[in-house]
Design a protein around this ligand. Structure first.
Ligand SMILES: O=P(O)(O)O[C@@H]1[C@@H](OP(=O)(O)O)[C@H](OP(=O)(O)O)[C@H](O)[C@H](OP(=O)(O)O)[C@H]1OP(=O)(O)O
Ligand SMILES: Nc1ncnc2c1ncn2[C@@H]1O[C@H](COP(=O)(O)OP(=O)(O)OP(=O)(O)O)[C@@H](O)[C@H]1O
Length: 570
């Protein structure tokens, strides 16, 4: 049990969007984000789930007025040789200012920082340990984290008692590289027809075999099932293909699909959706209680995924931000690191200058991210204009001519592609380190090194989008958000979020597919459902991970080529 000195600030129910407020020194003010929870009681928080970097606890207190259950999450101890210092204010900045504008406020809900203390975290860690997946227990929960992130529970409806089933999807990489990209020569031909996920399956299988061999398992492929899921199906926008993707995931979910159930009072329609009253929580895909309604549920989910724009946005940004490919980005990274070493003394002399090297302070990081977004958007706008012009006037252009014109029009960037092989990328002597300043990093700048920095950050943003998770929560009743009364310490947060971002939408699933599914289950009438979709796990990926990405990419490709499979994902 912990208590902090300051009282909880009131959050008005219609709070203005949580802006990133900068202090006079230009850094982000942590206090602007912080929600002080005076009475954090470990007994009110139950272990929910964890990933590779974060652990999530859900509110499980007895206060029935709080029908929404916010979840607190924070990263566990990280192992990036000190390069990866977790800065929660920076994480919120990144989420609010960089990711949200691309994915849309309707899909990314706001979070608050909460002060945590070690005794609270120790209690949670102790209670969670037996519930944690065995394979994750090699990492300890970091009980020294000063802050956690408070989020709405996206697997449930807020401030209502509506029954809900939540489909958690980790879609991964939804694109193949563009064959007309100016960077295509740096991309292995196999990657033009087989997607990253499908290739990765071979490496995962190999790694599983190696682990089992080390642990002397009898059958070294026991427990491993090769997934038939292809992200290109999920991202295709075509109902049958999306449904096929969900079916493949349901058959072999790996870490890409989970189903959560929130029980609630029965309604006339709910038995069709829920099938059984289930204790709140995770349902195994082979749980017998899931069987009666799984097909129908996935039919509805597929329909909603096709109607909503989220996957299409994710795919578009993944692909465009990833365009140079990891080999090119690795070269940028190496060059920028060299410049960091050579340029640092000169940079200090010019005070507020932002050099074309890896940012080393929060202020520089914020600045680079903002410029990256601006640069990216400008390039997108140029691409749209270019394509519009081309469709009017280039009917007799040859494809290579189009490609090079496109590169010229799109890439105010380095031509990273052509410099990749040249000595320029490994040239660490930098006059420009002295002359570049914050303003010089404007979009019109043709400075290659600055552009490398921005493209590297684009790649890191792509990495976030390639690893995020989508929660689609479906209920049969229309949730009616009502303010929560009372003095519980979470009340204000729940109320603020309920009114800021209660995105539940009523949808009438009347497609032939849904009706057919209804008929199969003895429910021919179309079912009215409400749903909400949210993206979670939008963590910033550290630049220090670039060499790992490169090494992993090589291992994935090698395992795929070694398998002899030749897959054509579309
Ligand atoms: O590189 P990948 O594609 O294997 O992705 C990693 C994920 O592995 P997956 O292939 O989905 O099983 C990995 O997931 P698991 O731990 O395998 O469930 C993490 O999501 C990791 O990100 P982070 O360490 O949490 O920041 C992910 O790392 P990033 O690539 O997002 O940095
Ligand atoms: N706001 C939320 N509502 C409901 N569940 C959540 C929420 N945030 C996190 N979770 C649950 O906690 C799990 C772990 O959180 P998260 O995905 O952020 O961790 P991670 O370490 O970043 O994951 P990964 O290894 O995939 O990168 C999620 O898979 C999800 O089940």
């Amino acid at each position: 049990m912990s208590s902090s000195a300051a009282p909880a600030p009131a959050i008005p129910p219609t709070a203005a969007p949580l802006a990133n407020v900068e202090c006079a020194d230009g850094n982000l003010c942590a206090e602007q984000f912080v929600l002080r929870l005076d009475t954090l009681n470990p007994e009110e928080w139950a272990y929910r789930a964890e990933g590779n970097a974060n652990i999530c606890f859900a509110y499980a207190g007895a206060d029935s007025r709080l029908s929404a259950r916010p979840s607190a999450r924070w990263p566990d101890a990280r192992d990036e040789q000190g390069q990866d210092v977790y800065d929660p204010t920076l994480e919120l900045f990144y989420r609010n200012e960089i990711v949200t504008p691309l994915l849309g406020e309707e899909y990314v809900s706001r979070m608050r920082l909460v002060r945590l203390d070690t005794s609270f975290l120790l209690s949670l860690a102790r209670a969670a340990e037996p519930l944690r997946p065995v394979e994750r227990r090699t990492k300890e929960i970091d009980v020294d984290q000063p802050y956690g992130l408070l989020a709405l529970d996206h697997a449930a409806f807020v401030a209502t008692d509506a029954q809900a089933i939540a489909l958690e999807l980790k879609p991964k990489w939804g694109f193949l590289p563009d064959p007309s990209s100016p960077y295509v020569h740096a991309i292995h031909p196999a990657k033009l027809h087989t997607c990253r996920y499908c290739m990765h399956q071979h490496l995962k299988r190999k790694q599983k075999c190696e682990t089992d061999a080390n642990t002397a398992a009898n059958d070294n492929t026991a427990g491993w099932a090769h997934s038939n899921y292809c992200p290109l199906d999920l991202f295709s926008g075509s109902l049958p293909r999306v449904r096929r993707a969900l079916a493949a995931l349901a058959q072999c979910p790996q870490n890409n699909m989970r189903i959560w159930v929130t029980p609630g009072p029965s309604t006339a329609a709910s038995p069709h959706l829920l099938g059984a009253s289930t204790r709140s929580g995770l349902l195994a895909m082979d749980d017998i209680r899931l069987a009666p309604f799984l097909d129908r549920f996935l039919d509805m989910a597929a329909e909603i995924l096709v109607r909503e724009d989220l996957l299409s946005r994710l795919r578009q940004h993944q692909r465009q931000l990833d365009e140079p490919g990891i080999s090119t980005i690795l070269r940028c990274y190496e060059q920028l690191r060299e410049q960091s070493v050579h340029g640092v003394r000169k940079i200090r002399r010019i005070g507020s200058a932002l050099p074309p090297r890896m940012p080393s302070t929060q202020k520089e990081t914020v600045h680079v991210w903002r410029l990256m977004l601006e640069n990216y958007r400008r390039r997108q706008a140029t691409a749209v204009r270019f394509h519009a012009t081309r469709s009017q006037s280039t009917s007799c252009m040859t494809r290579p001519a189009v490609a090079s014109e496109r590169a010229g029009a799109l890439l105010d960037v380095p031509d990273l592609a052509s410099t990749r092989q040249s000595t320029d990328l490994s040239d660490g002597s930098d006059r420009s380190d002295v002359s570049d300043n914050v303003n010089d990093l404007s979009l019109a700048s043709s400075d290659r090194k600055q552009q490398r920095l921005l493209r590297l950050h684009e790649y890191l943003l792509a990495a976030t989008l390639k690893d995020c998770t989508v929660l689609l929560t479906i209920g049969t009743a229309t949730p009616k958000p009502t303010p929560v009364a009372g003095n519980h310490y979470l009340t204000e947060y729940v109320n603020a979020c309920t009114f800021e971002a209660a995105p539940s939408v009523l949808v009438d699933v009347r497609s032939p597919d849904a009706t057919a599914a209804g008929a199969r289950h003895g429910c021919a009438a179309p079912l009215q459902v409400c749903y909400k979709m949210n993206v979670i796990d939008l963590d910033m990926k550290p630049a220090a991970r670039i060499p790992h990405y490169y090494a992993l990419d090589k291992r994935i490709l090698a395992a795929y080529l070694e398998s002899g499979e030749k897959r054509y994902c579309r």
